[in-house]
Design a protein around this ligand. Structure first.
Ligand SMILES: NC(=O)c1ccc[n+]([C@@H]2O[C@H](COP(=O)([O-])OP(=O)(O)OC[C@H]3O[C@@H](n4cnc5c(N)ncnc54)[C@H](OP(=O)(O)O)[C@@H]3O)[C@@H](O)[C@H]2O)c1
Length: 320
């Protein structure tokens, strides 16, 4: 299968490395890459991991037409306010008759139902496992393994960068040092304020609600507060009390309405939501038939995000 990448940063590179490592068993080819500043590359026989880029394509639609790929993978930065330009990239790829995979939660948070319906009409697949929890099966798990189950709400700690930042501050280091750690690991958003202000968590919360609860919401509908009030002094006081703070995402039904929030919550160090440090994430789904079930990812990184794209790609290939 031929793959075109829109965006080639941390996640795009990790995905290209994964495809190269798995090529013998899974002969997918990256035939085209489009970026904002680095330019555009095409090679029908398959591009190397560090291709020579030519001038950027004029539009993403032009790029996609020339790429003539089977699958477009959208990995441009998160825009939590509008979901653009990723939303338009995905619409253009579906209009080109391509299956689409994204790790970008913005389009799922802003336009999931429209994209799903457009993909259904075009008889192509639209997948986004890496948009929440870095490739750990959430969406595919519910779709494949929980038929007939209604998700009534969820509770999660879903942002790795804020966890690293809080961990650093509980060691007496600055917020900025925690940010640098996350950036060195490639897990910070292109604009790190989206992690610290809770926008990334709000986008994930909206995305989960849209897909799992048919919510039709946007990140702006999530009641949100970030970490701006947290000081090193407060983080150390909490540490001395064997407590921590986490950006907790919650969805719940209130008189039939879906309520969504992302707030910094003080938790015992032994709380299920807090017990795994580093970049670890946790998501509890509250359901009608299965009670509460949870998924934990221990110390995920950009390789796991790449794996989520890969698992979606394999799933699409197997379904054809
Ligand atoms: N990093 C993670 O651990 C992680 C985990 C889960 C999900 N995600 C999601 O994955 C996506 C990519 O993350 P990343 O860490 O790879 O970001 P990144 O390192 O900042 O890379 C972004 C890439 O997108 C390109 N780009 C920006 N605007 C574009 C446009 N208008 N058209 C075409 N290309 C454009 C950039 O081009 P230039 O190279 O020319 O600048 C760059 O190649 C984000 O949506 C993020 O939320 C990331």
């Amino acid at each position: 299968m031929k793959v075109a990448l829109v965006g080639y940063g941390n996640v795009g590179h990790a995905f290209a490395r994964l495809l190269a490592a798995k090529h013998a068993a899974f002969p997918f080819r990256i035939v085209a890459i489009h970026t904002a500043r680095h330019g555009t590359a095409f090679e029908p026989k398959g591009l190397p991991i560090d291709p020579a880029f030519g001038p950027p394509a004029e539009t993403t639609a032009d790029f996609l037409h020339r790429a003539a790929a089977d699958v477009a993978i959208e990995v441009t930065p998160l825009n939590p306010e509008t979901g653009e330009p990723a939303l338009s990239h995905i619409r253009a790829a579906i209009a080109c008759g391509m299956h689409v995979i994204t790790a970008n939660k913005g389009p799922i948070a802003h336009g999931y139902a429209g994209l799903r319906d457009q993909a259904n009409r075009a008889q192509v697949q639209f997948r986004f496992e890496s948009a929440v929890m870095d490739g750990t099966p959430i969406f595919n798990n519910v779709r494949n393994n929980l038929p007939g189950v209604n998700v009534l709400g969820f509770t999660g700690v879903l942002n790795s960068t804020s966890k690293l930042v809080i961990g650093a501050m509980q060691q007496g280091r600055s917020m900025q040092e925690g940010v640098r750690e996350a950036q060195a690991l490639g897990v910070a958003e292109s604009d790190v304020t989206h992690d610290l202000d809770g926008w990334d968590s709000a986008a994930k919360t909206a995305a989960l609600a849209n897909v799992l609860m048919d919510a039709h919401v946007r990140p702006q509908d999530v009641f949100r507060r970030g970490l701006s009030d947290l000081t090193v002094k407060r983080a150390l006081e909490l540490k001395a009390e064997r407590k921590t703070v986490s950006l907790v995402s919650r969805a719940f039904l209130d008189a039939g309405q879906i309520r969504l929030q992302v707030l910094p919550e003080v938790l015992d160090e032994t709380d299920l939501l807090a017990v795994n440090g580093g970049t670890s994430n946790v998501l509890l789904l509250h359901t009608d038939l299965m009670g509460t079930i949870g998924t934990v990812s221990i110390a995920p990184g950009v390789e796991q995000t790449a794996y989520g794209l890969f698992s979606d790609l394999v799933d699409i290939a197997r379904s054809l």
